[in-house]
Each structure stands twice: as structure tokens, then as C-alpha cells.
Design a protein around this ligand. Structure first.
Ligand code: SF4
Length: 349
């Protein structure tokens, strides 16, 4: 059975037509899926009986609950989802006083191989469909509390642009969830062709994983530097207007003795000159089999102050969910893959 949830309005209209139903049935289905949150085709009561029967033969809503949850001492929750292909992905729910953020995955694993990232270490098992991406948002108990969505979980969203862009269309369209694009941030390592699509087809915020302003060093940390050098990525983002409400930020994990020197500050200031942006300094959560070490809080504060002196708005991102491996760069289902765990502990909600 094919899932209806995760289809855009035009896909739903085409699907209705193909099923011998009027095209406006597509709009009715979108209402039921994204506004009334219906659980079955049978509940779509303003569709004719024949339409419901026809659709039920081939289609299902297609939502699935998480199979496990772990809760951090700081309240962060890591949800585990099993995909129809038998793989696992994770989403991290991060509650704060006023914001409730969900960090979602866009791929099963990742092929980008960043040196500091656990997801990168587990390799790539495939892309998530739009259905599987959005399912993470609507299938957790906190779904109605969510204020912000960040595409910063497992995978590189711009390596799965079609599914990600359809998801953003559904989240932000009037016929969909009608969510403000200002509540959505997509983080990328800088895959330029897909970034152009993202910039032109959405109004959501952009975050770029920077981590080093120097070519040789960034290549060691992030192999993508050989394909899309950060200098080129920044030239590209500078061609857009950032004076309005749309925001751009740069993520910078501070590694002890590597990318934390005054020379880095100077080069970052040169690179970002003229761009209205922010740098988020991120604490490195050490992972096995890398020579990288985390900078101390004092070192992070010093680095932040030096950047501020150069006129760059810089913040230190508070680390969340570290004790449950839900913090930045720690999401990985590698263990499950290795152990070939078929049935994780059932979730009691
Ligand atoms: Fe992939 Fe992002 Fe991890 Fe790099 S940091 S390996 S792009 S998930």
C-alpha cells in the first residue's frame, strides 16, 4: 500500500485523477491529511463512498509511531523510527522554556564522511522519503508542542533534495501545515546545486557547517570541501539578501588545538565580511576513532569573544542530550545495524 501522507497537493490531485476521481479530491485529501490529521481514508467523510473505496484499495495514510524513546536528564528525548526498508533513523526533541525544537533526519546514515560525525561513520543506507521525513514530526507525543523544526539529524538534507523540498512545501503551504518558514532551519555542508533550489524555492533559514575557513584543514574534516569549497559556498550565499527575516548561520565545532587559533578568527572575519550572519560555536562530543579533541568551555568563550571583536555575532550553542547520544554529531543507528536488532524495546507513551 502506498502512503498518502507526504504527498504534495499536486501529487494528490494527480493521484485522484489517475484513480478516476475529480482533481479537487486532491485538495480534500490534503485537508484531511495535514489539517485534520486523519488516521484513515475511511474517515475522509466529505469524499464520496466510491472515492473512499477506490483509494482504500491502493493507498493508506502511512504513519508509524516511533519504536523506542530515550530521555536525557536535561529533558531531551531521542526517538527511534523503523523505516519500511528495515533501517532505523532518529529524531531529537529538545524542549526549552519557549521553544520546542525537533531535529529530524533526512537520510538513513550519510555518505559525506565528515571526520567528527557518528552518522558519517555508519555509512549510507538510503534516502528517506517525504513520508518518512514528515512522519518523525507528526508521530511523536509532543507534535502539538513543536515550535521549530531543524533539518540537522542524520544525513545531509541537500543530498536528498527532492524529498526534503516536498516536505518543506507541505510544512509551509497554506494547504499543508501552514507553518511559518521562519520556524524551519536546514543545515547543510554546502552542496551547491541543491542549495540553490532550497534558496529559491523556500523562505526557511539556512545553516552551513563551516568548521574551518582553510581549504586543507576543512578537507581533512569534511571531504565535501574538495567538491564545493567553502569559499565558493560563501560567495554563493552572499548573492542573496539577508537583510530581512531570513537568517543564515554558520556552525563551527571547536576542536582543541586545531581550528581555535587567532589565525582562524582572522580568516573567518575575512571570509564572512559583508554578510549579515551568526556563528554558532558547538561543543565537540568526542567519538571513537578520531584524533579530534573538544575545546574547553573557556577556550570556546575566548574564541567567541575574539569573533565578536571582529564584529561577528557569535553564540555558544548549549549542548543538549549528550547523555543519550542525541547531541550534535552523535546520532547514529550503527549499533542497531551491527547487532541487526529487529525489534527494539516497545515504546510506552
Ligand atoms: Fe553527514 Fe552531516 Fe554527519 Fe557530515 S555532519 S557526515 S553531512 S550527517
Amino acid at each position: 500500500m502506498e502512503p498518502l501522507f507526504g504527498k504534495t497537493l499536486s501529487e494528490l490531485k494527480n493521484l485522484a485523477e489517475k484513480s478516476g476521481l475529480p482533481r479537487y479530491t486532491g485538495k480534500q485529501m490534503a485537508d484531511w491529511l495535514y489539517k485534520k490529521h486523519t488516521g484513515s481514508v475511511a474517515e475522509m467523510t466529505n469524499l464520496s463512498k466510491r472515492a473512499r473505496e477506490t483509494l482504500s484499495e491502493k493507498y493508506t495514510i502511512g504513519l508509524s509511531s516511533p519504536v523506542n524513546v530515550v530521555v536525557s536528564s536535561d529533558g531531551t528525548k531521542k526517538y527511534l523510527f523503523k523505516t519500511p526498508s528495515g533501517h532505523y533513523v532518529e529524531a531529537a526533541y529538545i524542549p526549552e522554556k519557549k521553544r520546542h525544537t525537533l531535529c529530524i533526519s533526512s537520510q538513513m546514515g550519510c555518505k559525506m564522511g565528515c571526520l567528527f560525525c557518528m552518522t558519517g561513520k555508519q555509512g549510507f543506507q538510503g534516502n528517506l522519503s517525504t513520508n518518512e521525513i514528515l512522519n518523525q514530526i507528526v508521530s511523536i507525543p509532543e507534535k502539538n508542542l513543536l515550535t521549530n523544526i531543524v533539518y540537522m539529524g542524520m544525513g545531509e538534507p541537500m543530498d536528498n533534495p527532492e524529498a526534503v523540498m516536498s516536505g518543506i512545501e507541505i510544512l509551509t503551504s497554506e494547504w499543508g501545515f501552514a507553518m511559518s518558514p521562519r520556524r524551519i532551519t536546514l543545515s547543510t555542508i554546502g552542496l551547491l546545486p541543491a542549495m540553490k533550489t532550497y534558496m529559491d524555492r523556500s523562505d526557511c533559514h539556512l545553516a552551513i557547517s563551516l568548521h574551518s575557513p582553510f581549504d586543507k584543514e576543512r578537507k581533512q574534516l569534511m571531504p565535501i570541501q574538495s567538491v564545493y569549497p567553502v569559499e565558493e559556498v560563501i560567495r554563493f550565499v552572499k548573492s542573496y539578501d539577508w537583510q530581512g527575516q531570513r537568517r543564515i548561520s554558520f556552525e563551527y565545532i571547536l576542536f582543541k588545538g586545531l581550528n581555535d587559533t587567532p589565525v582562524h578568527v582572522k580568516e573567518l572575519a575575512r571570509l564572512l565580511n559583508g554578510l549579515r550572519c551568526r556563528i554558532n560555536l558547538i561543543h565537540f562530543h568526542e567519538i571513537p576513532e578520531t584524533p579530534l579533541r573538544a575545546a574547553s568551555l573557556q577556550e570556546m568563550e575566548d574564541f567567541r569573544d575574539q569573533l565578536k571583536q571582529k564584529g561577528i555575532f557569535t553564540t555558544i550553542r548549549r549542548s543538549r542530550g549528550q547523555d543519550i547520544d542525541a547531541a550534535c554529531g552523535l546520532l547514529s543507528t550503527k549499533k542497531l545495524l551491527e547487532e541487526n536488532v529487529e525489534k527494539p524495546k516497545p515504546l510506552s507513551l
